[in-house]
Ligand binder design. Structure first.
Ligand code: GDP
Ligand code: MG
Length: 182
């Protein structure tokens, strides 16, 4: 039987603790939301097969930092071989957006230069409660200025645009594969 995917891609989550990196992975891979903040030590994984064209599929292997992000203890091996990244902040906490700059430097210093990076503003469900601290426009502008492939607002809680964020990443990876970058 043929493999159900054409390519396996490593995608790493990065960003401040508490932004919802683990929740986004769980939402994409298991279709559920856990309101508890489970900080465990080590790296966790999720995977999901994503169609990138009518006849091609990529299996995303999502690497998730678990409790290391506050200590800046992420090692080079976390980034090694990654072809995609989700750079995550929390739209209700301004400082998490201020920190994406530092995370991007870290990522660009450690990962392959052709890595496809998507900026993800999570917890957009809380915008309706007046908790928004970062506008969509400034995030989009920042993403453009810094050469990121896309900026998406998501909610791991409701599921809004979670799939889109990972699909955008998968499609960018596929573009690189087709143009012979990998
Ligand atoms: P991580 O440290 O970046 O992995 O963040 P977690 O996935 O552990 O999430 C941190 C906290 O934010 C948890 O209590 C989650 O339930 C909550 N959370 C994550 N995503 C969302 C979201 O989209 N909306 C809301 N309202 N809460 C969220
Ligand atoms: Mg986590």
């Amino acid at each position: 039987m043929p493999q159900p995917w054409d390519y396996i891609a490593k995608v790493v989550n990065i960003g401040d603790s508490g932004c919802g990196k683990s929740s986004l992975t769980i939402r994409l891979c298991e279709g559920r939301f856990n309101p508890a903040h489970d900080v465990t030590i080590g790296v966790e994984f999720g995977s999901r097969i994503i169609p990138v064209s009518p006849d091609k599929k990529i299996k995303l292997q999502i690497w998730d930092t678990a409790g290391q992000e506050s200590f800046r203890a992420i090692t080079k091996s976390y980034f090694r071989g990654a072809t995609g990244a989700l750079l995550v902040y929390d739209i209700t906490r301004r400082e998490t957006f201020d920190h994406v700059k530092t995370w991007l430097e870290e990522l660009r210093g450690a990962a392959d230069k052709d890595i496809s990076i998507i900026l993800v503003g999570n917890k957009c469900d809380l915008a309706e409660e007046g908790k928004r601290a970062v506008t969509k426009e400034e995030a989009q502008e920042w993403a453009r200025e810094n050469g990121l492939k896309a900026a998406v607002e998501t909610s791991a809680k409701t599921g809004e645009a979670v799939e889109q964020a990972f699909v955008d990443c998968a499609k960018e990876i596929w573009k690189n594969i087709e143009s012979g970058v990998y």
